[in-house]
Ligand binder design. Structure first.
Ligand code: BGC
Length: 744
């Protein structure tokens, strides 16, 4: 854009683009408000602090194990507001009874658990669900998880993790929606909708928790818990949008992150929590710390002891202390010494009680949990469907896939028979024995675990085609699972080389929770299928795609590097004065020892057959602030199978007051196409979606915008330009705004 045209009017954009934080902010009914006020009036300081205390009622692998007589006594005394690591409709009703019948003020407890990708029915890990590029998939997964967990007496889950992650060394990349703020925003709001439904009080839903606020995914070097250095523009344009989207979707709670951002730990970050989230975004929900994070402020070196840490967290706006006990031990005493803390405590308790009210717990403290449903059968059909939709076909040279009927198959690799890995690391009440592995699903294949390479090679020689399961088991991604090298684990590369040497066509089936850096290893492998950790129906889902019973339709939500040393990276990088040049004699922004860009880019994924794209056409050549512009593109299935094509729309602002990313996702649609069918996708956008963050504001500049449509961030098929006619000011993070998508 032309700087001369910048912000002539400074006009505020029409309110239509701005959705208030509707559900989270929805005022409680007058009766509930009055009840909360009355309670606050009756509560002692100790009882207030008790509400702010969340304690583990068990351990992750041994739920309820700490609910002994002493613990019940503490409940009677009003010393806690919430438990985590508890479950079960009956035990939780018993526990609730102690709170609402035996404590002085009869305030119900809030029961919480990390129900991340399923409760009993374990579904694909979150990164895999995001790979569906279909918010409905994420929403359905959340709904299934919520229904099962609610039946087991739970009110609150610590998900979705909406941290943008551009560094696959970080083990928690598995828990999020990948590298992109726009895709992440759409998945985040879908997850919130799935967990919470239209009204939490209706039951069979759980309160969601957008975590980890904020910048956790930007941990230096991809080391979990490490500090993040993120400039204000990147923070606002990349890391904050999915949180804003989650808040707008009504997420009932937020969790502060472990990490420090620019030297200030998020658990004590008053500027971002109290200042930004509360004051600017008007977020009304409950803010909980991460596990023990309040006490860990001492380790961060910003508090001398846990008492000081508790005061800092309270001042920052953290309502509830997860597991550190610092609020419980020190806040009452601190507030007695410093009366200015009392109103902050009252606000926090008010928000905790409001969350309980929204969940209907004041109306009926036993109105949750259903022992009959808690024993309901696993939801296998849905689990398989979600798994199939999460698979990504990365390479299919010579149409090796789908497998030809009657082909003799060798199936190699321990992961093909690893039921425990199929269900990932957050498994709630899921059981490894519930998972159907690929080995079980492809019973006719000649299976070899691959530990004996010679035996694997013999099996390969007997076969027409070799399926090899490679990658990481469940325990190599997740919390505190960062790796400095993200290649194949020990032994797998040698196995793969030996299989390649047989000359048989190979299908690499990549499992695990992060994109691996496998350029060299995958050279000479004609077909590559990214299958993540897909849950209990993992094997049958993969088998259906391999055999062509279903076509793959997922796309990468994060690029796959060629080499670990390229991390972090993103397709949405800024241009430089010396853009990467294939010619090494030219000094440019690239490495000398590897090709430019990732091996498989953000948005990449193939299907069976061929899809043709028409030109991108625009409804107008210009758009004024407050207006809308529509971009349309036609796609045609030239193949012989019914497939899904993920049509992607990227934007670039070629000349602006600050450098803008070379491309930014601003719309997508997963489009089902029958053989021969053509469909048109219409994306309707507003100028506010191209705003950038500068000097504490969202700036929409007058000038040109390029739109590009295609099948991935690097496979752009057609492009068009339009002009924003005048400057304006946006109201919300640009990437958090949803493009209207219609498929005709
Ligand atoms: C994780 C959170 C999780 C919490 C409770 C922490 O270690 O960072 O994501 O919700 O534990 O289990």
């Amino acid at each position: 854009m032309n700087r001369r045209n910048v912000l002539a009017a400074g006009a505020m954009l029409a309110a239509s683009a701005w959705t208030p934080l509707a559900r989270a902010a929805r005022p409680l009914g007058a009766d509930h408000r009055a009840r909360i006020q009355a309670l606050l009036g009756q509560m002692t300081l100790a009882e207030k602090v008790g509400q702010m205390n969340q304690i583990a009622g068990g351990r992750q692998k041994s739920l309820n194990s700490k609910l002994d007589a002493a613990m019940l006594d503490r409940v009677r005394k009003g010393e806690m507001g919430s438990f985590l690591h508890v479950a079960g409709a009956e035990p939780l009703r018993d526990l609730q009874r102690v709170a609402v019948e035996e404590s002085r003020l009869k305030i119900p407890l809030l029961f919480a658990m990390d129900v991340i990708h399923g409760y009993r029915t374990i579904l694909p890990v979150p990164l895999a669900l995001a790979a569906s590029w279909d918010p409905k998939v994420a929403e359905q997964a959340a709904r299934i998880a919520a229904e099962e967990a609610w039946a087991a007496g739970l009110h609150w889950t610590f998900t979705p993790m909406v941290d943008v992650a551009r560094d696959p060394r970080w083990g928690r990349v598995v828990e999020g929606a990948g590298e992109d703020a726009y895709l992440g925003s759409r998945i985040a709001e879908a997850q919130v909708a799935g967990f919470q439904g239209a009204d939490l009080g209706e039951g069979r839903r759980m309160m969601a928790c957008a975590k980890h606020f904020v910048g956790y995914g930007a941990a230096e070097g991809g080391r979990d818990y490490d500090s993040a250095e993120v400039g204000p523009r990147t923070l606002n344009e990349v890391y904050l949008p999915p949180f804003h989207a989650a808040a707008r979707a009504g997420a009932g709670s937020f969790m502060t992150a472990f990490n420090a951002l620019d030297g200030v730990p998020m658990t004590a970050n008053a500027e971002l929590v109290r200042g930004f989230l509360r004051a600017q975004w008007h977020y009304q929900g409950l803010v909980v710390s991460d596990w023990n994070a309040i006490r860990e402020l001492v380790n961060h070196g910003i508090a001398a002891d846990a008492r000081e840490a508790a005061v800092l967290a309270l001042k920052a706006g953290v309502d509830m202390d997860m597991a550190s006990g610092s609020y419980a031990t020190y806040l009452a005493e601190a507030a007695t010494a410093d009366a200015s803390l009392v109103p902050l405590i009252d606000e926090s308790v008010g928000r905790i009680l409001a969350a309980k009210a929204r969940l209907g717990l004041f109306d009926d403290p036993y109105g949750f949990g259903d022992p009959a449903r808690d024993k309901a059968p696993l939801r296998r059909t849905e689990a398989r469907d979600l798994a199939k939709r999460s698979l990504v076909l990365l390479r299919n040279d010579g149409a090796v896939l789908p497998l030809k009927p009657g082909a003799r198959l060798a199936l190699i690799g321990a992961l093909a028979d690893d039921a425990s890995s199929a269900i990932g690391s957050w498994r709630a009440r899921g059981q490894a024995t519930d998972a159907v592995t690929l080995k079980a699903a492809l019973a006719g294949a000649d299976y070899q675990p691959g530990t004996d390479v010679a035996a694997a090679v013999e099996a390969a020689k007997r076969a027409d085609i070799v399926l090899v399961a490679l990658g990481e088991d469940f325990n190599r991604t997740g919390e505190a699972r960062s790796y400095a090298e993200i290649g194949l684990p020990e032994g797998q590369a040698a196995l793969l080389e030996a299989l390649k040497a047989t000359g048989k066509p190979i299908v690499a089936i990549l499992m695990g929770g992060r994109p691996l850096a496998l350029e060299r290893e995958l050279t000479g492998v004609p077909a590559v299928l990214q299958t993540w950790l897909l849950g209990i129906e993992s094997g049958p889902a993969i088998a259906e795609i391999l055999t062509g019973k279903a076509a793959p339709g997922g796309r990468l939500p994060i690029g796959m590097p060629r080499r670990t040393g390229q991390s972090p990276q993103s397709y949405a990088h800024l241009p430089t004065g010396r853009p990467a040049n294939p010619d090494l004699a030219v000094d440019s922004a690239r490495y000398h020892d590897t090709e430019i860009g990732p091996l498989f880019a953000f948005g990449h994924g193939l299907t069976y057959g061929e899809i043709a794209y028409g030109p991108l056409s625009l409804s107008a050549e210009t758009v004024a602030p407050g207006g809308r512009i529509t971009a349309s593109v036609q796609v045609t299935n030239r193949g012989t199978m019914a497939v899904d094509e993920v049509v992607q729309l990227y934007a670039n602002d070629p000349v602006a007051a600050v450098s803008r990313p070379v491309a930014e996702l601003r719309g997508f649609a997963r489009v089902p196409l029958k053989p021969g069918q053509s469909r048109t996708v219409r994306f309707t956008l507003s100028p506010e979606q191209f705003a950038f963050w500068r000097d504490g504001k969202w700036i929409v500049e007058a000038g040109d915008i390029r739109l590009m449509a295609g099948a991935s961030s690097v496979d752009l098929k057609s492009e068009a330009r339009f002009r924003i006619t005048a400057g304006a000011e946006g109201q919300v993070p640009a990437a958090s705004l949803a493009t209207k998508v219609e498929i005709a």
